[in-house]
Structure formats: structure tokens, C-alpha cells
Design a binder for this molecule. Structure first.
Ligand code: GLA
Ligand code: ZN
Length: 709
């Protein structure tokens, strides 16, 4: 995959550009567009994402006149293009002639037409015609020297509950379970008299069936989680259908689709192997989402085993879809774009190159506004970034992000923990994961975010927050980490259910109990404003932190107690434990939702034991990330703070952005939102400060856990 940029294109640099829809405006404007793109260093445009109706007005009616002209003009400009399969939205004629292509929603409403990302994934007509369209487009543009990649569909998501989906679900279930006895057992169907005697009795779980109380409330987790898996697979099949159609004409140009980061409805880990490279659309929920974006970049990079990915979309200024749409402040576009590269992006693309004239995104930010001005702040920042990318050139292309710490992420655990009665519904899976991630990020840890079935061999510390569902050999592989001297950290609500979402008929945390040397006797769940004080001893200086929401009362069975509750009837009982493993590492179990200081204390102790704390960990808003290739290391220092920060450089090097030569240990001052891209001039093994090995480094107390949007 690392050859994508190198071999196919003449642009040996971070690719720069974005979604370009000139079919929406007159041709004389195209000239203006390209002149501006030249000024901004734009080398790559994505075409035709929503062009189904432009290209085809009927089953056997394909007309490429306009798209040909667009491609020709782009090619003339020397730019390369990413060609979409144009299936992101249904054309009206198709919805009208074949109503089955429209979705039936969660409430059972049969849609008539409208919007986008609107096809039933199991409609035979949609499957046939979307694949045919992808094939026609591939036939036309395969082999074009400036074709960089294929962009299949767009932001796959949502769900459908129509009759075609019900039938396909039954087929999917037959393949999974083979017989109804096995299915009934998996779903624990004896409960509430749900034993199925015929496949035809099974209906999709929505508001009309198991979900009377809403999306997150199901009477049976078994059918609900299976429907989520099935929907993810059904949309994957749409992707696979279109990719196969492309491959009939083009055996090798890499194909992707734009993911949405932490997007609940689709299990991207189930998709990953079908993509040639990962790409995603970065629209963070707030303007202080830097830790969350770092996490998401790492999650997306983890889809393809650490290979570089693309940021397929980000806005240069505002998004239009929110009630209130703040501008990116000066410097933020540059900072966030370099953050993407720091985490492994080899392309940084926008939605969109020019604003649409009409419809719901006409005010969405773009490189060019309706007037096409190039003398605006926004355009200047876009152009300066384009010049930066040109200056830095190919240095980081194809390089990796070395990490010895892993954070596990699991869609099944997300779904199951948020759709189960009896836990605490105010605690969300992403919120817990992001809380742990933030502490790692502030400690400057180089991190991989991995699926639970990824090999864990290269990691010294594995953090698995809220590992609710234990599938396959995950428990054994976590144990193996400690058996070779590594450490593992997990939290409350872990080890609760098997792959079918049924409880283990044993103590909690089930298969993880012996690893952590702990047993959960009871679990208390309280409103978020009820605080329990936790005294932590043995993770650094003795301190009191707070915990909320979930309180597991732990019994240590082989572990030592490092945190105890201070309040309520379980005052004095264990809240946090550590089992020291014979090979030297530890298994940490955190039975409650600690505040950010508490999480940081535990994680910094675990990290320090393995010398994994980054060199700038005393400055939580100064992000540190490294990309490397052999002995060559490029370090990124990203100042997310609103104030300047001064640090001693961790290594000598050259700042590729300013050209400044930096000596190791030299005082470096970064202005607010400033970036240093340090090409290190001596290989530095590891990245930790030498004095961090045996002490927990205190963190500043003003940072907060970022919530989910
Ligand atoms: C998504 C879509 C784009 C556009 C942007 C707006 O990422 O893929 O077509 O709608 O959102 O933010
Ligand atoms: Zn359907």
C-alpha cells in the first residue's frame, strides 16, 4: 500500500485537494477554479461522488459527456483525480421505477425518495445497478494516467429494515448458526418465550419489534447485535460488489471508501481487509477535539495494520450541518492538517473545493467561496498549507508510526455495552475509551489503536477499556502480554459477555478474572453527579481522586489493592487493583469511572514501568508524534494550546517548515497552534525521557476528558 503515492503519481508529497463538483457550475468558472488551485498547491481532486443522475438517466442510458469534460480539464491542469463510483445518492428515476431501492427506517416508515446515502443495501435492483454504474465508470476511466484511486460509494452508513433486508438477514443467520436450535441458544430465546420454530418468524429488530423503547433498548441483545453485524456486512457487500466491477477493468488502482472515524453503525474492522487503503472524513464535534482526532487517526491507521491512510475530507472553515457552525480559528487548519500527517496520513483533502450554489451544503466551507475569492483568510491559509506540503515533499510518505502501546477498540463491545439494560446508560463506550486515550495522549505516548483480534506481540502496554465482550482467544492473548513481561489495563464492565452477548456463568470479569486476579462482587450504578472519593496508593504519590457513575466492588484474589472507595456502604473496599505478574509486568483493573487525574495516575504508572512516557509529557497540550522509516525519524510537535509553550528539544534536527536547525536539548518555543516538523538528525532509540522510568510524572490538572459528540 505504501506504493500508492510513490508509484502512481508524479506528486511525491502529501496529496492535497478534495471533492470537486464543477458539474454544478458554468464552464467559465472552471478556469477560475484551476487558476486558484494552482495558487494553493492543489494536486488531487475527487470527482463524481454524487453523479449518478448526471451520468445515467435510465438502466441502459449512460452519458459521460460532462464527466469527460471535467476529467479532461483536470488532466490538462496536471492534477490527478480520485474517481468515485457515483453511488452516494440514488437518482429519482431509479427510486421511482424501483421503489424497493428506498429504505425502510427504524420506525418502519417506507421512504419514498429524498436525501442521499439512501439505498437499501439488500435491494437486488440497487445491487445490480450500482455495480453496473461502477463498472461503466471504471471501463471509461481505468488506465487514465492521472487516476490516483477509486472512491467507492460514500460514507456508508445507516440501516434498512425492509422485507428484502429481513430476507437477507435470515440468510445471514442461517449461514452463521446453521440451525434454529443453535440460534435459539445464542439468543437465549427461552427467555420471554422467543423460541423460533421457523426462519420465517424472524423479523428485523426495530421499533416495531424488540425496540419499542428506542434504538438503544432491546429486549434481546442477541438479535440486535446480529442485525448490526448483518447490516455492516450488507453494506460491505455493496462495496465489494462495486469493487469487483471496477476490477474487471482495472486490476490494480487502489480502492477505498471514506469512513467516519468512530461511527457506531458500521464495524470498520469487519471491512478493513477489503480496502486497499483506509481513508476517513475528519469532522470533529468541537474545536477542542485534538485528542479525539489523534485517537481517530490511530483507529483508522489501525485498520490496515499501520499503513498510511488518507484524510479524504475535512473542512477548511465550517461545516454546515450543525445548528451553530464555528469557523476554524487562524492556524487551526494548519495544526490539524499536520496532526493528520503526524498520525500517518499521506493525503489531506477537503470537502469541498468550491461551494455549491444551492441545497443544504451551500454554506459549507470550501477552498473557494461563491465569489471564488483568493484574497480571503481562509484561502490564504489553504494556500500556505499547500506550500508547506510542497516544501516538505516526500519525507513522510509511506512511513510508519512506531508504537509499543496499544489501545483496543471493539465495535461489538460498543454495541453490546450501550444496548444492554442493567448497566449505566449515561456511560458511553467512546467516552470511556476517549478518557483513557486522553491520558495516553497527554503523556505523549506513541499509540496503535487495534481490533481485539490483532496480534499483540510487539506491545509492552495494552489498554483495553470497557472490554465488555470477550471473543475468541482475546483473554489468552492479553494474558500472554503479561507472561512476557508486558502490562495490561482494563476497566469496569469488562469480561461480561461472550460473542452472543450472553453472560459467562461464572464470576465477573469472566475469562479475564485470573489475569487481573480480581472478582466483582457487586456493581453499583449512580447518577453522574454522585461522587465517590478514591484513595490511590501505590501508583505514584498517594492521592485522592474522584469516581462517578459505575462502582464495581472488587474482591482481590491475587491482586493488590491500589485504590479504595472512600464513600457509601462500600467505603474501604477495593476500586482499583494491580496484579504483579511474575515476568515483571502488571495487570491493572479499574472498577470505576475515574476522573481524568485518576486515569492518568494509573496509566502513567503503567507506562513508566515500561519507559513509555513521551519527552513532552509535562506539557499535556503539546502533542508529540513520530513517523519513521528505518533509521529516519520525523517528529511532529503540535501546540494545541492557546498559549506559547517552551520545551527542550528531545533530539537534534531540522524543522522542515521553518528550515531552522535545532540542537538536542535546545529551548524551542512554539507559538499557540504552531507546528514543528523535526527531521531528526541522529537516530534516538525509543522516545522516552530518561528520568521517566521509575516515577509517575504528574500531569497538569486543568485538562478534561473529552466527551463524545
Ligand atoms: C460528508 C460527505 C460530504 C459532505 C460533507 C459535509 O463527509 O461525504 O459529501 O456532505 O460530509 O461535511
Ligand atoms: Zn432494505
Amino acid at each position: 500500500m505504501t506504493a500508492i503515492n510513490a508509484s502512481r503519481t508524479t506528486h511525491r508529497k502529501v496529496l492535497y485537494g478534495g471533492d470537486y463538483n464543477p458539474e454544478q457550475w458554468p464552464r467559465d468558472v472552471w478556469e477560475e477554479d484551476h487558476a486558484a488551485f494552482d495558487l494553493a498547491g492543489i494536486d488531487t481532486v475527487t470527482l463524481a461522488v454524487f453523479d449518478w443522475a448526471l451520468i445515467s438517466r435510465g438502466e441502459d442510458d449512460y452519458d459521460f459527456t460532462v464527466l469527460d469534460a471535467v476529467v479532461e480539464r483536470v488532466a490538462e491542469s496536471g492534477r490527478q483525480f480520485v474517481m468515485a463510483t457515483a453511488t452516494g445518492a440514488l437518482p429519482p428515476w431509479l427510486a421511482h421505477r424501483h421503489p424497493e431501492v428506498n429504505r425502510t427506517d427504524f420506525d418502519g416508515r417506507r421512504h419514498v425518495y429524498g436525501q442521499r446515502h439512501n439505498a437499501c443495501p439488500n435491494s437486488p435492483v440497487f445491487r445490480r445497478l450500482s455495480a453496473r454504474l461502477a463498472g461503466k465508470i471504471a471501463e471509461r476511466y481505468a488506465g487514465h494516467p492521472q487516476l490516483a484511486a477509486w472512491h467507492i460509494g460514500n460514507e456508508y452508513g445507516g440501516a434498512c429494515y425492509c422485507e428484502n433486508c429481513a430476507a437477507a438477514f435470515r440468510t445471514w443467520l442461517r449461514e452463521r448458526y446453521r440451525n434454529l436450535d443453535r440460534l435459539n441458544e445464542a439468543w437465549n430465546a427461552t427467555f420471554w418465550s422467543h423460541t423460533f420454530t421457523d426462519w420465517a418468524e424472524i423479523v428485523p429488530p426495530n421499533a416495531l419489534s424488540e425496540h419499542w423503547r428506542g434504538q438503544n433498548h432491546t429486549a434481546f441483545q442477541g438479535i440486535t447485535i446480529d442485525y448490526l453485524r448483518f447490516t455492516s456486512d450488507a453494506m460491505l457487500q455493496n462495496f465489494v460488489d462495486e469493487k469487483a466491477a471496477i476490477r474487471e477493468h482495472d486490476p490494480s488502482t487502489p480502492a477505498t471508501t471514506n469512513f467516519m472515524g468512530m461511527y457506531r453503525p458500521i464495524d470498520y474492522h469487519r471491512w478493513a481487509k477489503h480496502l486497499d487503503f483506509a481513508s476517513w472524513d475528519n469532522y470533529p464535534p468541537t474545536d477542542r477535539s485534538e485528542a479525539r482526532m489523534a485517537f481517530t487517526h490511530d483507529l483508522m491507521r489501525g485498520l490496515k495494520g499501520g499503513d498510511p491512510f488518507w484524510v479524504m475530507e475535512q473542512t477548511p472553515t465550517i461545516t454546515a450541518s450543525r445548528d451553530i457552525n464555528p469557523l476554524k480559528r487562524p492556524g487551526v487548519l494548519r495544526l490539524w492538517s499536520w496532526q493528520s500527517v503526524a498520525h500517518g496520513a499521506d493525503a489531506v483533502l477537503y470537502f469541498q473545493m468550491r461551494q455549491s450554489r444551492g441545497a443544504c451544503e451551500k454554506y459549507h466551507g470550501a477552498v473557494l467561496d461563491h465569489a471564488g475569492r483568493t484574497d480571503t483568510r481562509a484561502f490564504r491559509e489553504v494556500a500556505e498549507l499547500g506550500a508547506d506540503f510542497a516544501r516538505v515533499g516526500e519525507v513522510v510518505l509511506g512511513t510508519r508510526t512506531p508504537a509499543r502501546t496499544a489501545l483496543l477498540f471493539d465495535w461489538d463491545s460498543w454495541w453490546a455495552s450501550e444496548m444492554t439494560d442493567g448497566l449505566n446508560r449515561t456511560v458511553s463506550y467512546p467516552q470511556v475509551v476517549l478518557g483513557y486515550h486522553r491520558a495516553l495522549w497527554e503523556a505523549g505516548v506513541q499509540l496503535d489503536v487495534l481490533p481485539v483480534d490483532a496480534p499483540l506481540d510487539g506491545y509492552d502496554v495494552v489498554v483495553a477499556p470497557l472490554l465488555h465482550m470477550i471473543k475468541g482467544d482475546t483473554a489468552q492473548r492479553l494474558r500472554a502480554v503479561t507472561e512476557r513481561g508486558g502490562s495490561v489495563v482494563s476497566t469496569f464492565h469488562s469480561g461480561r459477555v461472550d460473542q452472543d452477548t450472553n453472560a459467562f456463568l461464572t464470576d465477573v470479569p469472566g475469562p479475564l478474572a485470573s489475569l487481573f486476579g480480581v472478582r466483582v462482587e457487586e456493581t453499583d450504578s449512580l447518577p453522574g453527579d454522585v461522587v465517590n472519593r478514591i484513595s490511590l496508593a501505590g501508583v505514584g504519590p498517594e492521592q485522592t481522586v474522584t469516581a462517578t457513575s459505575v462502582f464495581e466492588i472488587l474482591v482481590a484474589e491475587g491482586a493488590e489493592i491500589v485504590g479504595t472507595y472512600g464513600d457509601d456502604f462500600y467505603a474501604g473496599r477495593a476500586a482499583v487493583t494491580r496484579r504483579r505478574c511474575p515476568a515483571g509486568g502488571s495487570a491493572w483493573y479499574v472498577g470505576t469511572l475515574l476522573d481524568p487525574d485518576g486515569i492518568a495516575a494509573v496509566l502513567r504508572r503503567a507506562l513508566a514501568d515500561h519507559d513509555l512516557i513521551g519527552p513532552y509529557a509535562a506539557e499535556p497540550e503539546l502533542e508529540f508524534a513520530v513517523r519513521s522509516h528505518g533509521e529516519t525519524r520525523t517528529a511532529f510537535l503540535l501546540n494545541h494550546a492557546d498559549t506559547p509553550v517552551t520545551v527542550a528539544a528531545h533530539a537534534p534536527g531540522i524543522d522542515l517548515l521553518s528550515g531552522r536547525v535545532v540542537a538536542g536539548g535546545e529551548q524551542l518555543t512554539l507559538a499557540p497552534k504552531d507546528v514543528v516538523v523535526l527531521q531528526e538528525t541522529s537516530a534516538v532509540p525509543g522516545s522516552s525521557g530518561t528520568d521517566s522510568a521509575n516515577q509517575a510524572i504528574p500531569r497538569s490538572s486543568n485538562s478534561r476528558c473529552s466527551g463524545d459528540s
